[in-house]
Ligand binder design. Structure first.
Ligand SMILES: *[C@@H]1O[C@H](CO)[C@@H](O)[C@H](O)[C@H]1NC(C)=O
Ligand SMILES: *[C@@H]1O[C@H](CO)[C@@H](O)[C@H](O)[C@H]1NC(C)=O
Length: 319
């Protein structure tokens, strides 16, 4: 067991004051978040239910460029913040989108269920189906230089998310180190150190295909400045690993942290895009692809026309 730090009680009190919202039913549960945090009642909230038939295939979206994700060495601090377990990430981990926006990693954390047997706890759902758990890798836009500045900027944040499934008895060894450290952060405010972490290995194998939309933080203050990237492929953990995630941590009242997910929020007029084709949508997808290439050709035709006109003028064919 490595170093185990209990925060001074003053700090802990500060943390308590900040974390006065809950997932469990009561006067501070998610139906009341907007009373203290008005943005939580906004119309671009997360998570959402992804309805695959309504997702728009966008062939212009390329794979995310993830750099520094496969770091192995180094110490990573891991904390029980009373709502989840959170691992601090080094700023050398970066994610660049198709448009060229570069995001710097800050932390990753999990959402899970487990309040009674077989209760799932992912935040995003696919066609109404809730997965067992969800991992969020939180980033800020590098142009703001720090999370503190970026967290209030309209294009400040991006989250790379993945859904977790149970695969009966196959232990996912990329999670063994993380899961064995959960017991070191049993109490809210406790932290420990993970030596060595490969976030890339903790993500799904296929890092290319994703859904993307604009939404919010899924916890107060629910700021609506998050570019979401939900990977289409999933992570598989064994039943025993999921059980440890669902049963190891206690909140500020020494109650087991369970069912830490927010319900799906209305999509409203937003569009979810994907950079891959969902098979039932293939006709629609072919149409999108055709339009995409026609637009490209159209642009090229204009270029070609003006090129020919210039030549013709130079040759004096017309004035
Ligand atoms: C990915 O980003 C890194 C660092 O910004 C850059 O050096 C590399 O060329 C990029 N790779 C691709 C395929 O765009
Ligand atoms: C939680 O349990 C620990 C260890 O038994 C104890 O020190 C702490 O005071 C408890 N906290 C609450 C809020 O009951």
């Amino acid at each position: 067991m490595r170093s185990l730090v209990i925060l001074p009680s003053l700090l802990l009190l500060g943390a308590l004051a900040q974390h006065d919202w809950t997932y469990t039913e009561g006067p501070r549960d998610e139906t009341h978040w907007h009373e203290e945090y008005p943005t939580c009642g906004g119309d671009r909230q997360s998570p959402i239910d992804l309805q695959r038939r309504k997702v728009q295939y966008n062939p212009a979206l390329k794979a995310l460029n993830l750099t520094g994700y496969d770091v192995r060495g180094g110490d990573f601090s891991m904390i029980n913040n009373g709502h989840t377990v959170q691992i601090s990430l080094p700023p050398t981990m970066r994610m660049t989108t198709t448009e060229g926006t570069e995001y710097v990693a800050l932390q990753m954390h999990f959402h899970w269920g487990g309040a009674s047997l077989e209760i799932s706890g992912s935040e995003h759902t696919i066609d109404g189906f809730r997965y067992v758990a969800e991992i969020h890798v939180v980033h800020y836009n590098s142009k703001y230089g720090s999370y503190d500045v970026a967290k209030d900027a309209p294009d400040g944040l991006a989250v790379l998310a993945a859904l977790i499934e149970v695969k009966d008895n196959a232990e996912n060894t990329y999670y063994s180190n993380f899961i064995s450290h959960l017991k070191n952060v049993r109490y809210s405010g406790q932290s420990t150190v993970l030596s060595g972490l490969d976030v890339q290995d903790m993500l799904p194998q296929n890092l290319r295909d994703y859904y993307s939309y604009w939404g919010s933080l899924t916890t107060p203050p629910c700021t609506e400045n998050v570019h979401w990237f939900l990977l289409a492929d999933t992570v598989q953990l064994s039943k025993a690993q999921i059980w440890k995630l669902e049963n190891s941590l206690l909140d500020d009242h020494n109650k087991t942290i369970r069912n830490v997910y927010r319900r799906a929020q209305p999509l409203n007029d937003r569009v979810v895009e994907a950079n891959f084709v969902y098979h039932s949508n293939y006709q629609h997808a072919l149409g999108s692809e055709l339009r995409f290439y026609l637009r490209k050709i159209d642009g090229k035709l204009d270029e070609l026309m003006s090129f020919i006109e210039k030549r013709a003028k130079r040759r004096g064919w017309y004035h």
